[in-house]
Each structure stands twice: as structure tokens, then as C-alpha cells.
Design a protein around this ligand. Structure first.
Ligand SMILES: [Zn+2]
Length: 278
């Protein structure tokens, strides 16, 4: 029997992507998380690279975005994303939000909106993307976190922003954690541990024994699961995926696997469907 509470692989237009079946039932919501398959990029960027950071040819990235966003009838010009600086800034996207920002909001790692049609996007290549939905409003959010954003509580801030701005209720908010680097592959060192141990969420942070002394492995998914539960999200409303981006080379780009060398990015998108029913 197919599990409905975990992300599954879908395929459309030659593109492989991930989505959550129990969110597909809502006509008012659209979402997806890309794999690396189905695009035109070459070399280390093969093939569906959707991000500009790694140094891929821009023509290839534009074509990849056209293909991926086209699955939902969207264009690259529709995209609204944060600059992604490993901070905790949450940006409220509304009608007047500054199209002059040219689709990219400076110094921002999280976006929230209750405005239908606003296409929120975020990028990752090991970091964790979290999708948020409050179906009774409806309102949505999308946030990016590595260890730094995690220990500064960015997902907690998204929950707060949704409650404050949209009257969202924590016991109605549902959260989807996209594929990220797993505890199997995410070794951290002293500089990270020093900051983690000073975090207000240090009790929620999950570290697993490593192979070298002083270098445990961090579980980003479990840590953020705990932080979300502490923020009031019900455990059964938090959905996860079973994939590690570092272990699954055929499906994902991984910054760490490439040792910081050139690599592409996955993209997550979410939007409220104009005219979609609940
Ligand atoms: Zn792994």
C-alpha cells in the first residue's frame, strides 16, 4: 500500500520531482520539490539544475526553470524567492511586495503568504527546505535552513509569522520537510558544536555518534521536527521524506558530496492556486 504521509516520486513532462500525496487532495494548494533529472545542464550540473549559485550556464538554468515551473503552468518571472543567507528573516509576501526586488528578497531565508498566485520558491543542495500550510486560512510558507538557521530557530519564526499575520493556528499548520542531507552524512565539527550548544533550541538538537572524536553527525530532519513540535505543531502534521541528498547521487545535487566544488540546486515551490477549492 502506498504511504500517503511521505513524499513520493512523480513524473511529468520528462521531469522527476517529489510531492506529498495528502496535500495533492487540496485544490487550493500546489507544491513540488525537484530532483536533478529532466533538464539540459551538463557536467557537474546534470541535468535539472535550478539554481544560479554553482556556476552553471544561465541559458541552461532558464530552460530548466521553464520546464520545471511549466509543470504547474508557471514561468520564471512568477518566481519569488529569498536571497538565502543562512539567516532567520521571514518575509511577508503580499500584493504590493516590491516586484522591484526582481523576484529575490534580500537577506531572507523564509517567505509566507496568504495571497493566491504568489509563487514561492527556494533552493537547496543538502540544506533543508520546509513547506508550511495552514489549510483553514489558507496560508503558506517556505523556508530554507542548514545548521545555522536551524539553531537560530528559523522554522519557529515561520510558525510565528503565520500565526501573527494570518491568524493561523499552530494545531492546524502542516509542515513538509523536503529531502536534505541525512544524519548518515552530516558530520559537524567544533565551530558548529560551539554555536549549537548556545542555541535556545539546544535541547531539541539531535546529534548522533560520529566516527571521529568531537565530530558527531547532526540530524537536521529530527532536530527540526523537535523544534516544530516545541513551536506547537502536532507531530502527526509534520511530514518527512526518507531520502538523503548526499547518499542519492542519481536523484539529488549535494554540496557536501562535491566537496564544495561546482554543483547544482534542487528547488522547492509552493503556491495557493487561484480559484482552487478547499
Ligand atoms: Zn546520507
Amino acid at each position: 500500500m502506498m504511504k500517503i504521509n511521505t513524499m513520493v516520486i512523480a513524473e511529468a513532462g520528462g521531469i522527476t520531482y517529489f510531492s506529498l500525496p495528502c496535500w495533492e487532495k487540496w485544490g487550493f494548494l500546489k507544491h513540488g520539490f525537484s530532483s536533478r533529472n529532466g533538464g539540459v545542464s551538463k557536467g557537474p550540473f546534470v541535468s535539472l539544475n535550478l539554481g544560479f549559485r554553482g556556476g552553471d550556464r544561465s541559458e541552461a538554468i532558464h530552460e530548466n526553470r521553464r520546464r520545471f515551473l511549466g509543470l504547474w503552468g508557471k514561468k520564471e518571472e512568477d518566481l519569488i524567492c529569498g536571497e538565502q543567507v543562512h539567516g532567520t528573516e521571514v518575509f511577508l509576501v503580499n500584493e504590493s511586495f516590491a516586484r522591484e526586488a526582481n523576484g529575490q528578497i534580500p537577506s531572507t531565508d523564509a517567505l509566507v503568504t496568504a495571497q493566491p498566485g504568489m509563487l514561492l520558491g527556494a533552493f537547496s543542495a543538502d540544506c533543508l527546505l520546509a513547506f508550511f500550510v495552514e489549510p483553514s486560512v489558507p496560508a503558506i510558507g517556505l523556508a530554507h535552513a542548514g545548521w545555522r538557521g536551524t539553531c537560530m530557530g528559523i522554522f519557529d519564526r515561520v510558525v510565528n509569522a503565520m500565526c501573527l499575520n494570518f491568524g493561523a493556528r499552530t494545531d492546524s499548520i502542516e509542515v513538509l520537510l523536503a529531502p536534505s542531507i541525512g544524519a548518515c552524512c552530516y558530520e559537524v565539527g567544533k565551530e558548529v558544536l560551539d554555536i549549537l550548544s548556545a542555541s535556545p533550541w539546544r535541547e531539541e538538537i539531535v546529534l548522533c555518534p560520529g566516527t571521529r572524536p568531537g565530530h558527531p553527525f547532526m540530524d537536521l530532519q529530527e532536530t527540526n521536527f523537535n523544534i516544530l513540535c516545541k513551536a506547537g505543531i502536532r507531530a502527526e502534521n509534520i511530514f518527512r521524506s526518507d531520502y538523503c541528498t548526499h547518499c542519492n547521487q542519481h536523484l539529488f545535487y549535494s554540496y557536501r558530496r562535491e566537496g564544495g566544488g561546482p554543483t547544482g540546486s534542487q528547488m522547492g515551490i509552493i503556491f495557493l492556486n487561484q480559484g482552487g477549492s478547499k
